[in-house]
Ligand binder design. Structure first.
Ligand SMILES: *[C@@H]1O[C@H](CO)[C@@H](O)[C@H](O)[C@H]1NC(C)=O
Ligand SMILES: *[C@@H]1O[C@H](CO)[C@@H](O)[C@H](O)[C@H]1NC(C)=O
Ligand SMILES: *[C@@H]1O[C@H](CO)[C@@H](O)[C@H](O)[C@H]1NC(C)=O
Ligand SMILES: *[C@@H]1O[C@H](CO)[C@@H](O)[C@H](O)[C@H]1NC(C)=O
Ligand SMILES: *[C@@H]1O[C@H](CO)[C@@H](O)[C@H](O)[C@H]1NC(C)=O
Ligand SMILES: *[C@@H]1O[C@H](CO)[C@@H](O)[C@H](O)[C@H]1NC(C)=O
Ligand SMILES: *[C@@H]1O[C@H](CO)[C@@H](O)[C@H](O)[C@H]1NC(C)=O
Ligand SMILES: *[C@@H]1O[C@H](CO)[C@@H](O)[C@H](O)[C@H]1NC(C)=O
Ligand SMILES: *[C@@H]1O[C@H](CO)[C@@H](O)[C@H](O)[C@H]1NC(C)=O
Ligand SMILES: [Fe+2]
Ligand SMILES: [Fe+2]
Length: 471
C-alpha cells in the first residue's frame, strides 16, 4: 500500500492515521474471546479429498449435480436453478409444482446450457433456469434430469416484501472445503433456525489456491454445498477468491469460473454487472457490493449504488442490509484497513441512509462493531477517529466458514473502541428478523463439535427505532 503510494508524506499520513486509530482510543473496547481450539479432530484445516463423501456425486454418470438456487428477480417470485451435467448437455428442463396444487399442475422452465475453459480445464455443461411467476410463501418441488437420472428438490418462496413479516437469514462466509468447512455447514444445517435464505459473504471454493487454479475444486465445492444450496437460496457476494485473474495461465479475464457457475438477479435490480445488485426478501432490502470490481467515483457501481440506496422504502422493507467481502471495521491483523478505500467512498452514504447492518467476510474470524462511523474527517480537522453514531450500521465480520487458509488468530490490542466483540473461531451467523423494529442476531461457534452461541444480541432498526442506543 505505502509502496504503491510511493511518497513519504503519504506514508507519514497513513502512519499518523493508523496511530490515531490505534492509540487515541485507549478508552473502552468490547470483549475479546480468547477461546482457541486448533487441535484435531474438531479442527482440521485440510481440504477434504476429491473423492470425499462430502462432495456428493449422484448415481448416473451424467446426473445433474452441484444443484444450487438463488433469488431470480427483485422481489422473490423467481428462482434461478443451476446445475451441472458432467459428460453431456442432458435435459435443459426444470419441472416444478407447488404443494398448494397437490402436484396436479406441473409446470416447466427451460435452462440455458453453457460451458467454459480455464487453462487446461474444461467444465461440464452448466445449466441455469429462471423459474418465475411463483407465489409468495409457497413450497415448490422441482425436478431435474430425466428417467433414472432425475433428481427432485424443493424450496420455499419468501413472503411478499412487507414490514412485519418475520424472516431468518443464515450468514456464511469464506467456507472453502476443509473438514472444518464441513463442520460449519453441518452446524448451520442442524441449527433449529437454520435460515430461510443464506447470505453468502464471498470466497467460495478457494480453487485458486491450487496449482493452475485447479477448477476441479470448483466442482467439488458445488457438490459440497448442494445439500443446503439446492433447498435454500444462497445470495452470492463476490470475494477475492472468485477473481481467478491469471494472465500467466493465459486467463486475462477476471471472474470466469465464478460468473459461469453462479448467476445473480442483477438485471432485475438495474445493475449492469452480476457482481453488484440488490434484492428485496421479506422485510429486508439487501444490497450486495463488489469490492473486486471498480467502485470509485464515476464507476458504474458507484452510480448504481447511489441511486439504489435512495429507492429503499423502509415502510415496505424496514431492514436495509449491505453485503460485501472485505470488512471496513476490522481489528484483526489479517486484512487490516483493507476496506478503507471503499469505506472512504461509501460510508457517508451508508450513514445518511441509515443502513442497519453490514455483513462482510474475508477475515477468517468473527467480529462485531458498535454503531460506528468515521465520516467527519476533512484532511485538516483531525477528526479521523471512528466515533459512535446512532445513524451508523453495526458491522459484522463472519469470514469464518472454515477454509484451508485457517483462522485469523492475531488481534490488535488493546481492543479498539469500535470493536464490540471478537473471536477467532469458525462458525456461522443467524439473523432472525422479528418485525420492523427488532431482529435477533446470534453467532455460533462450531469448533466444540457441537453448537455454541458465542455472541448474540438484539438489533434495532435504524429507521423505525433510531433512538435505541443499545448497540
Ligand atoms: C484475552 O487475551 C488478551 C491478551 O492476552 C487479554 O488482554 C484479554 O484480557 C483476554 N481476554 C479475556 C476475555 O480473557
Ligand atoms: C485431517 O483429517 C484427515 C482425515 O481424517 C487426516 O488424514 C489428516 O491427518 C488430518 N489433518 C490434521 C492436521 O489433523
Ligand atoms: C389440494 O388438497 C387439499 C386437501 O385435500 C384440497 O383442499 C385442495 O382443494 C386441493 N387443491 C387443489 C388445487 O387440488
Ligand atoms: C493441466 O496441466 C497440469 C500441469 O501441466 C497437469 O498436472 C494436469 O494434469 C492438467 N490437467 C488436465 C485436465 O489436462
Ligand atoms: C427471471 O424472470 C423474471 C420475470 O420475467 C425477471 O424479472 C427476472 O429478471 C429474470 N431473472 C433472470 C436472472 O433472468
Ligand atoms: C412505500 O411502501 C408502502 C408500503 O408498501 C407504500 O404504501 C408506499 O406508497 C411506498 N412509498 C413510496 C414512496 O413508494
Ligand atoms: C453521525 O451521522 C450523522 C448522519 O449522517 C452525521 O450528520 C453526524 O455528523 C455523524 N456524527 C458523527 C459523530 O460521526
Ligand atoms: C475542515 O474542518 C475545519 C474545522 O472544522 C474547517 O476549518 C475547514 O474549513 C474544513 N475544511 C474543509 C476543506 O472543509
Ligand atoms: C417486535 O419484536 C420484539 C421482539 O420480539 C417485541 O418485543 C416487540 O413488541 C415487537 N413489536 C411489535 C410492534 O410487535
Ligand atoms: Fe477473501
Ligand atoms: Fe477468505
Amino acid at each position: 500500500m505505502m509502496g504503491v503510494l510511493g511518497s513519504s508524506s503519504s506514508s507519514l499520513a497513513i502512519t499518523v492515521v493508523l496511530g490515531l486509530i490505534l492509540n487515541a482510543v485507549v478508552c473502552y473496547g468490547g470483549t475479546s474471546s480468547n477461546y482457541s481450539r486448533t487441535a484435531f479432530p474438531t479442527y482440521n484445516n485440510t481440504d477434504m479429498p476429491v473423492d470425499s463423501e462430502a462432495f456428493y456425486v449422484p448415481p448416473g454418470i451424467n446426473s445433474p449435480q452441484q444443484v444450487h438456487i438463488t433469488q431470480g428477480d427483485h422481489v422473490g417470485t423467481a428462482i434461478i436453478v443451476s446445475w451441472i451435467t458432467p459428460t453431456a448437455p442432458g435435459s435443459n428442463i426444470v419441472l416444478y409444482w407447488s404443494t398448494q396444487e397437490n402436484g396436479t399442475k406441473i409446470q416447466l422452465a427451460e435452462a440455458t446450457i453453457g460451458a467454459y475453459r480455464y487453462y487446461n480445464y474444461t467444465s461440464g455443461f452448466i445449466h441455469h433456469a429462471n423459474i418465475s411467476n411463483l407465489q409468495f410463501n409457497t413450497k415448490y418441488y422441482y425436478q431435474l434430469g430425466e428417467g433414472q437420472y432425475a433428481r427432485t428438490f424443493w424450496f420455499v418462496t419468501p413472503p411478499a416484501p412487507g414490514p412485519d413479516v418475520p424472516y431468518t437469514f443464515g450468514l456464511i462466509g469464506d467456507l472453502g472445503q476443509t473438514y472444518n468447512s464441513n463442520g460449519a455447514l453441518a452446524h448451520f444445517q442442524l441449527d433449529p433456525l437454520n435460515g430461510q435464505t443464506v447470505l453468502y459473504l464471498g470466497d467460495l471454493s478457494y480453487a485458486d489456491n491450487y496449482p493452475f487454479h485447479d477448477n476441479v475444486r470448483w466442482d467439488t465445492w458445488g457438490r459440497f454445498v448442494e445439500r443446503s444450496a439446492a433447498y435454500q437460496p444462497w445470495i452470492w457476494t463476490v470475494g477475492n477468491h472468485e477473481v481467478d485473474w491469471a494472465p500467466e495461465l493465459g486467463e486475462p479475464v477476471p471472474f470466469v469460473p465464478y460468473s459461469h457457475r453462479y448467476h445473480t438477479p442483477y438485471e432485475a435490480a438495474g445493475s449492469t454487472a452480476p457482481f453488484w445488485y440488490s434484492i428485496k426478501r421479506g422485510p429486508a432490502y439487501i444490497i450486495v457490493m463488489a469490492a473486486y470490481s471498480a467502485f470509485g467515483y464515476s464507476t458504474p457501481q458507484y452510480s448504481w449504488f447511489n441511486q439504489e440506496v435512495l429507492k429503499v422504502n423502509r415502510t415496505e422493507t424496514p431492514w436495509l442490509i449491505v453485503l460485501m467481502h472485505p470488512p471496513w471495521y476490522n481489528s484483526y491483523h489479517s486484512h487490516y484497513m483493507e476496506g478503507e478505500t471503499m469505506r472512504g467512498v461509501y460510508e457517508t452514504t451508508f450513514v445518511q441512509n441509515k443502513v442497519d447492518i453490514v455483513f462482510a467476510g474475508h477475515v477468517h474470524a468473527y467480529e462485531r462493531s458498535i454503531r460506528v462511523s468515521n465520516i467527519l474527517y476533512n484532511i485538516t480537522n483531525g477528526l479521523c477517529t471512528p466515533m459512535k453514531n446512532l445513524s451508523a450500521p453495526v458491522y459484522f465480520t463472519i469470514g469464518d466458514g472454515g477454509n484451508e487458509e485457517g483462522l485469523s488468530n492475531a488481534m490488535y490490542f488493546p481492543q479498539p473502541y469500535y470493536s464490540a466483540s471478537r473471536e477467532a473461531s469458525f462458525g456461522h451467523g443467524i439473523l432472525d428478523i422479528k418485525n420492523r423494529t427488532h431482529a435477533y442476531f446470534a453467532w455460533h461457534r462450531n469448533e466444540d463439535g457441537y453448537d455454541v452461541i458465542s455472541d448474540s444480541l438484539w438489533l434495532t432498526n435504524r429507521y423505525w427505532y433510531p433512538t435505541d442506543d443499545s448497540n
